[in-house]
Ligand binder design. Sequence first.
Ligand code: ATP
Length: 961
Amino acid sequence: MSANSLPVRKASPSGEDAAAVWHNLEVNKALDLLDSNADSGLTSQEVEVRSQKYGLNELEEHGGRSNWEILLDQFKNIMLLMLIGVALISGFLDFLAWQGGTLKPGEVPFKDTVAIMAIVILNGILGYVQETRAEQALAALKKLASPLVRVLRNGKLLEVAAKELVPGDVMLLEAGVQIAADGRLIEQSNLQVRESALTGEAEAVNKQATIVLPEETDLGDRINLVFQGTEVVQGRAKVLVAHTGMKTELGKIAAMLQSVESEPTPLQQRMTQLGNVLVTGSLILVAIVVVGGVIQARGFGNIQELLEVSLSMAVAVVPEGLPAVITVTLALGTQRMVRQHALIRKLPAVETLGSVTTICSDKTGTLTQNKMVVQSVYTNNKSFRVIGEGYNPTGDFLSNEQKVAVDEYPEISALVVACAICNDSVLQKEQGEWAILGDPTEGALLTLAGKAGIEKDQWSSKLPRVAEFPFSSERKRMSVIAQVEAVASGTSPIADVDPVIAGFLQSENYLMFTKGSPELTLARCTQIHLGDRSVPLTEAQRSQILAENDIMASKGLRVLGFAYKPLSEIPPAGSEETSEDDLVWLGLVGMLDAPRPEVRAAVQECREAGIRPVMITGDHQLTARAIATDLGIAEKDARVLTGQELQRMSDQELEEQVDLVSVYARVSPEHKLRIVQALQRRGRFVAMTGDGVNDAPALKQADIGIAMGITGTDVSKEASDMVLLDDNFATIVAATKEGRVVYTNIRRFIKYILGSNIGEVLTIAAAPLIGLGGVPLTPLQILWMNLVTDGLPALALAVEPPEPDVMKRPPFSPRESIFARGLGAYLIRLGIVFAIISIALMAWAYNHTHAAGYQGDRDAWKTMVFTTLCIAQMGHAIAIRSNNQLTIEMNPFSNLFVLGAVVVTTILQLMLVYVPPLREFFGTHWLSLEELGVCIGFSALLFVWVELEKLFFRFMGKRTV
Ligand code: ATP
């Protein structure tokens, strides 16, 4: 059968495609049809051929807004609508003047209209490009964290990117996996899949490999198939990939897929509100100026001039460059964060990260290295120390510091057989190094077994797995049921079976091995395995084992307990509560998972930054406390709240404790949710890490949900705002710092841009009121200022490096208004000072150009106002780089972009005055050196003001905004 053939489809009246019959096939038939092998998978050559034929396993995403809709949305912004209105009115006025022949000599009609419309269109296109690019960038970032799939190829277990799957691949599924392709189950154990992505049904579906279903079975009832995009809630399975990419069920309904969401960030929402405030404010101001002007002139004689003023004010109030600067800042923030290994999945996280007050972190892998090494074994009342290198399965067992011969201690062999059999990991050599595929806890157990001469592969054939009760963070244990080959096949009497197995068996055909949290496992034991036999477990032995567990845990070791049970038959699925009872205790294994070296400093940094780190772990309380103390998360005698205690507490009681407790142990995922909620009720802004499938609700509830990039399940990643590519706690702290920097810089350029707008509006409004003839600035000049002379330095301010104390102050509330902490007052103060300076200059310049004997152009005063407004902003840009440090105290080269922007903008501004075609186009006038000098002198006053403000606040002992 050719590799590419699909099952022959029986004629189907509905005209469905061939996929419809996979559920109607026996497993072997399906394997034959796809020319695959359940034990070895495809060969590399086959994979190559099939990837050519079927292409990448990717979905073309549709849905969401169309490009046209995105473009149209840009013009729904109230500020742009006002600009369009201004353009139309201005065009109408020009039309009247043109018709009436009242155009000034050399004046080009409709110039302002065209310029404003050009800016409106440019703004729209810019917004469109940025929005679509932001979506693409987020989509690309998400792909970075795209899941790996475990497959069998060439008889080996590999991890490949989901997009590399081809039909015929044999993939392995376990709890937490988001299924990457459609397939036919080959075998499964307790497999439960949530198919809501496909069927809308929230309840998980129990799957079965052996069943063959009638052809007409509905999609939701095809329990022998699994589908792309659905999630494994429990259990494990081996699956034959039948369809990939757009051929999957999900691919077929791809139009229903949500496109990557681009949510407005809180800041973007605040900007919309700001737009409304600005537009309303400016319309009110325009009304005042017009009514005031009419009353002053006792008639409509100067209505033309008043209209011009109004139009200029309307243009001046809109910060045309602001949306672009904000988008660029957030995009740069995500880029910087990804360089630090923090991948942002939801844009608001960039700015809100800086507000985090509490970081709730898992222990294993986030605070610790997740490189487990077994150090102690306790069995049959004896302790052994284990030595060796990493995952290398060679090393020694020591008793009283003396090397022991493992053969002389059957209890060690019995324990390590349990380690090897009750285990889902693979220990293999990769490029000469021993490495683990799977859970490092289990990897360490395989290494331990190897040191005692027990190899998983060899023992798996003596004791093949026939069933299992999988691990979950709630149960904190797992069991594997194995068949004893020799007994089952009847080839060998019990006495001939391996002595270790014979010791376990007590003449039964099956053995169940259980491992898990020592207290819980021991509580389910009634007997104990001593050497080569089992005897009833006494209370004294129980206490002794628990005491030994405490000794290991308080050294920071992660301790697992082991037990077994002979069975006469395979226990039915779902019977774990009753089957995992009456166990025979085997022993304890303690492994070291050293703290990550960089975490201590990160914890310290958190404390200085007013952020409280909290450890939430499934591990034992003493292990948790030992590691928390070592890392500086808690004091030596700090209270550790256990899951059991938490369970007994009411929400109210928990709320009273959450601010006091920094270590939670033996918790289950549902406790995490309660902890986040309690913290949030106390007004905390919580970042929470999670990796398991059941952590998703807590991640969603947290203000910043953080998933693990390496060990995290697909489901947890899907629920998160941010993914840690290196699983490292220190990365959360680094990202928090970036968040603070982004937010500070956003506030910084808002101060910069809006201060200038207020100054401009007041100056324009003042001109007719103080009796100067005409408007000092044309709409075109205002657009130039708002876009170029404000825009470029604002962009440069967006990349301002962090101030030295960024992590030495408490976090700011994420709910604070953008104008909080004095920013609003600063804007008003600065706007007024800016206006006073410009109005004083305007008055001086007007008198100067209207003085008797003045040689130049009498309208040059307008250009002096224009130039002063621009150059003053350059000084403002330089001064505003720091809120507290004086400019002379700062390194002028630490943000070269600001220096560059100031130089380039000043040159451009001078070109507008001194290059004739530009002068003509922008309607400026030539200035003498003296006039330019006066402009620069007045401009410098704004810089001086901002510096004086800093000094004043320093003197008053207050931080400025
Ligand atoms: P954290 O929540 O900080 O990552 P954790 O890894 O210890 O801590 P879980 O993975 O939920 O949390 O494990 C909880 C407990 O379950 C462990 O302390 C251990 O006793 C037990 N356990 C962990 N892994 C296994 C496993 N593979 N098989 C059996 N029991 C396990």
